[in-house]
Design a binder for this molecule. Sequence first.
Ligand SMILES: [Fe+2]
Length: 294
Amino acid sequence: MNTQTRDAILADHVDVRMIAVDDDTTSLDRNALVQLDPEHPGFRDAEYRARRNRIAELALTYKSGEPIPDAAYTSEEHDVWRTIWKALQPAHRAHACSEYLSALDRLQFDSDRIPQLRAVNEKIQAISGFRLEPVAGLVEPRVFLESLARGVFLCTQYIRHHSTPLYTPEPDVVHEIIGHGVTLASEPLAQLNRLFGGAVKRAPSPEVLERLARIYWFTIEFGVLRENGSVKAYGTGLLSSAGELEEMGRAELRPLDLEAVSEQEYDPTRFQPVLFCADSFDAMYEQLASYLGA
Ligand SMILES: [Fe+2]
């Protein structure tokens, strides 16, 4: 991979939901909905910002249980989706675990067009009972994680800026759908998300929440496991990024020990230098279910 490509995808996996944010950055001013950082690839694109505002408004007026309104994506944005699929298809074949590949097959995405959340949501609900609800942008980690207990995944609907198809500084619809959406179309993975939500609801202190957030990060977002003698990904941050999947082989692998994981710091702005590897899908499920209090 050349340096430019590597830099462009370096933060493709960033899930800012998992970084504690102060209340000021999560409150949304209806008149200035999308306040992009000057470093954001879409900062200078007024049309992109206006489109993001319209998508954010869909979320702000959304009522739980209603059909999710469709977002108006441009042809450039559908091209972003196509470019990502082109990079991801071989990476998935090489590095995704079989549970993920089966779930992906159930959702039958069109590789040429960004699917609407409404359609993805209908399929996921029929499979696991989980449902997607649109959110305008950042939500606090506790709110995001607790909603999982109710079988609700709070989901962004905008897509990254078309100038950087393989890079996004924040979770977008690509990460949500190709990462989380697919795993929620797997009954055991959906169940683990519910268990995380329950454990977070019961967390008696910010310290316990922090430990659970680290475990979420190194399993649901960046988990790997052994399958037929190879290391395969089941983490959404890996599976929604061809760059992450390519880098996965360079990480130091440690056995999945949830006490150790709960102490492990991470830097969401870099490729992960350490990953925790379960002995199998079933072993991962059993360890997490018993830790989270199933
Ligand atoms: Fe994520």
